[in-house]
Ligand binder design. Structure first.
Ligand code: PLP
Length: 371
């Protein structure tokens, strides 16, 4: 049984890693993906280096430098980076512990606390759990906010009213990064569904060779590290690869407004889009909350489970960037609590594998209520 997962491209099991590593792409693969997304989501399509670049472009299309944009209080550092790259200002709204999303109550509070005129809202559907879109649409309308849908976790997800995520806002973005709902290790896309206010230039440069190779071989390195972990060398190899930048931490993936993804990534992304279910995707990760998470993770690791991928120990960034974010902890108590207690169960484990892990987790579960 493959118990030793280092979390690295572990969803590229079987021969998936080979399919990724040896995939061949052509110029027409860019066009095919763009045509498909334009038809499915209705709008003008841009392909991007990664999700954060797509989000930055979306923001620059509808907002001006200095504008305030409201975002989920529990989010990815990439979102913060995109807002800063567009020279805008994030306003964090607290979340509910039930679905990890903001709601009309927490949005109102965040807006009041900020006190300035806010221009836009990024809807995130955290881990694939949809927001209450009807209520949020109404709220946005009342306050003159434009909605951008960030579907890094939520490709193919349906809202409760039956609409597919990506068909509601003025724009939608996808990340094709590691462990996202469309996963080609890196890449991203943007659909502009409403006429742009401000002109942007479409990304048109091919990827840097180093980025191209890193993305191509990531699943191979992942398989190698997992294989070697049986003789306790996997962790060391992984640390070495990170050190020489052959493997990159997601938070460090650079934003670029001019680069495209690789052609083969466009091809693989299109195949994954076509496979999304008609009736909506399930969440990308199941989550629960535990006390003394470090201890639980250590216990899990002893049994061969690597559950490190809960994002960070902080609501919006790894510790090393947290100061910069200037996160309003006192107004987002749920997000702070969630970041400290969440564990999520990656989908690449089989149900049988998870049974033992669940038994370990069970003893540490905490009940939760929103503050
Ligand atoms: C990962 C992620 C992104 C963007 O990801 P990239 O790493 O830039 O491709 C955007 N939003 C959310 C919520 C994410 O988790």
């Amino acid at each position: 049984m493959r118990r030793y997962f280092l979390g690295m491209a572990a969803n590229y099991g079987g021969d998936e890693w080979a399919r990724h590593t040896f995939a061949w792409g052509r110029q027409s693969d860019y066009d095919n993906l763009k045509t498909y997304l334009a038809r499915r989501y209705g709008g003008e399509v841009f392909l991007c280096k990664n999700g954060r670049s797509a989000l930055a472009l979306a923001l620059k299309t509808y907002f001006e430098p200095g504008d305030a944009i409201i975002v989920n209080g529990f989010t990815c550092y990439a979102v913060y980076e995109a807002i800063r790259a567009a020279k805008m200002r994030p306003v964090f709204a607290d979340i509910s512990k039930q679905d990890l999303n903001f709601n009309v109550d927490t949005l109102s509070k965040a807006m009041k606390a900020d006190g300035t005129q806010i221009k836009g809202i990024i809807v995130q559907n955290t881990l694939g759990n949809p927001v209450d879109i009807k209520a949020i649409e109404k709220f946005a309308k009342e306050h003159g906010l434009l909605i951008i849908e960030d579907l890094a976790h939520a490709a193919g997800v349906r809202y409760k009213d039956g609409r597919e995520a990506g068909k509601v806002g003025v724009a939608a973005i996808w990340s094709f990064g590691k462990d996202k709902s469309i996963d080609t290790i890196s890449g991203g896309a943007l659909v502009l569904r409403s006429p742009c206010k401000y002109e942007i230039e479409a990304p048109n440069k091919t990827p840097k060779l180093s980025d191209h190779l890193r993305a191509r071989f990531y699943p191979t390195f992942g398989a190698l590290c997992r294989g070697l972990s049986y003789i306790k060398l996997g962790g060391a190899l992984m640390r070495g690869l990170v050190k020489i930048h052959w493997v990159e931490k997601s938070a460090d993936n650079a934003l670029s407004l001019s680069r495209l993804p690789s052609k083969y990534q466009a091809k693989l992304a299109l195949a994954q889009f076509k496979q999304l279910r008609r009736n909506g995707e399930p969440p990308i990760r199941e989550f629960c909350f535990v006390n003394e998470r470090d201890k639980v993770l250590a216990e899990l690791q002893k049994k061969g489970y690597y559950f490190g991928g809960f994002w960070y120990e902080k609501p919006v960034s790894p510790k090393r960037y947290y100061k910069k974010v200037n996160f309003p902890e006192t107004s987002c108590p749920n997000a702070v609590w969630v970041a400290q207690h969440i564990i999520n169960l990656p989908r690449y484990y089989t149900r049988r594998d998870l049974k033992e892990a669940r038994n370990i987790i069970k003893n540490h579960l905490v009940e939760c209520e929103d503050e």
